[in-house]
Design a protein around this ligand. Sequence first.
Ligand SMILES: C[S@@+](CC[C@H](N)C(=O)[O-])C[C@H]1O[C@@H](n2cnc3c(N)ncnc32)[C@H](O)[C@@H]1O
Length: 484
Amino acid sequence: MEGEIELFDPVTVTFKGGQKEPFARWYPYLEGYSTQFVEAILEKYAPNAQSILDPFAGTGTTAFTASQLNKTAYFCEINPVLQFLSLTKIKIRQLSPPQRAALVQALTETKLSVKKLEKFSQDHSLHQTYQATFGDSLFFNAPVYDQVLRIRSYIDEVTLENPLLANLITAAVLSALVPASRMKRSGDLRYKTPKELERQTVPFIEGTCQNIEQMIHDIRNDVDGLKTEPMLICEDARSLNNISPLNIDTVITSPPYVNGTNYFRNTKIELWFLRCLKEKKDLTRFRAAALTAGINDVTVSKTPTLSHPDVQKIVSKLETHAYDSRIPRMIASYFSEITSIFKTILPHLTPDATIAIDIGDSCYAGIHVPVDRLLSACLQDLGLKQIDHVPLRKRKSRGGMLLEQSLLIFKHNSNQKKKLQKGNTFTGALVGISSNKIYPTRDHRLLNGIGDTLDTHCVPTRANSNQLLHTIWYKHLFLKMDEF
Ligand SMILES: C[S@@+](CC[C@H](N)C(=O)[O-])C[C@H]1O[C@@H](n2cnc3c(N)ncnc32)[C@H](O)[C@@H]1O
């Protein structure tokens, strides 16, 4: 037990454990865990793992750790901001030493231009999408907002010459936006209190330059780069059922907790800057595609299709006691959707595959929702065998109830081997992106997924004119990178 506590210490199981790590620190993701946590899981439960999947990748901690250990890494992630950050890091970390040195040089020069933004005009169309999406909400003070609109034009100009450099600047801006704004991300995005405004606001240009400085340091020191190339196999984990079996021997993941975090609303400023939001409806559409984990994710179109009797019991209790009728629906939908996602993962597993899930329980209207126990029941119904349950960390609900974060370990039932060989035909017909290779990953379920989103919204304009580039920005970045 003591050894276990050492192996999974409470800090590495949260984003704090990784917040100072090279590359991970480019975007502090509160919902993430650390490299050490993934390494500890592999060491204890899957020392011989070769092929790893994270269906809810966030910032890609599992995929990057696996790749660093020379393993094949696949991931799914539905949020374009997080996809963008992972894909950019993947590209950077595959550069040859001379390419890396040239990029570091270019990035160093960038800091001067970032300090002279008055040379660039405001991006008017970005301003229009702000108004259409956020209405009168003032997330930034006027001078900061002016800088944000100008830096967008500057980045578009850099894109014409050097798309990878432009993406690095974009990444630096993405993590400077919220600290420079009137907002704070703590779970959801909310307005800073007057004290927080005073103490926690980081000037936009200074924050961006600090981020660029960190990037320069990390890129310079990343001598070995990545050993394998992590692959965004599909955006929505539900689409795994459109892909030929991947022969995964270990899944390490942390699905959204059903605790109300809205995984799109809390990145809405970054989504807007990436031109993924043109109007209010876009945010709703993204939310509808994500796993139901918050009250606002509950929509009429999301009808639970699978129900375990243990889940049903809690749902019935909530139906009687909850102050909002969406709460029982949210719980029912969560377990129905997560079970069906794991069902789509099964055909990708090797017979003795290990599945490690980091999960936290919840509490609504004073009723404890034992997410770990319920998830375990749902997955055992699918034929997975639970072999361990490791308590990781205690935390308190808003109402003061003691909640727990746990690690659940399952083994795939090898009797399912036969089923694995079925369904070898790939039914999706789209193109995924990983360097110069083409994979069946683009998924149409999410109408506004990154490929579609960036193709339609993120095409940069030449400064001072609205002339669209002929080259699609995203494809230009991720398919033509070897020209760098
Ligand atoms: C708890 S976070 C994972 C954090 C990750 N372990 C890390 O270290 O960064 C869960 C992620 O699942 C993503 N997600 C939600 N629904 C999804 C879906 N249907 N398909 C793929 N990803 C999804 C969310 O956008 C979020 O980034």
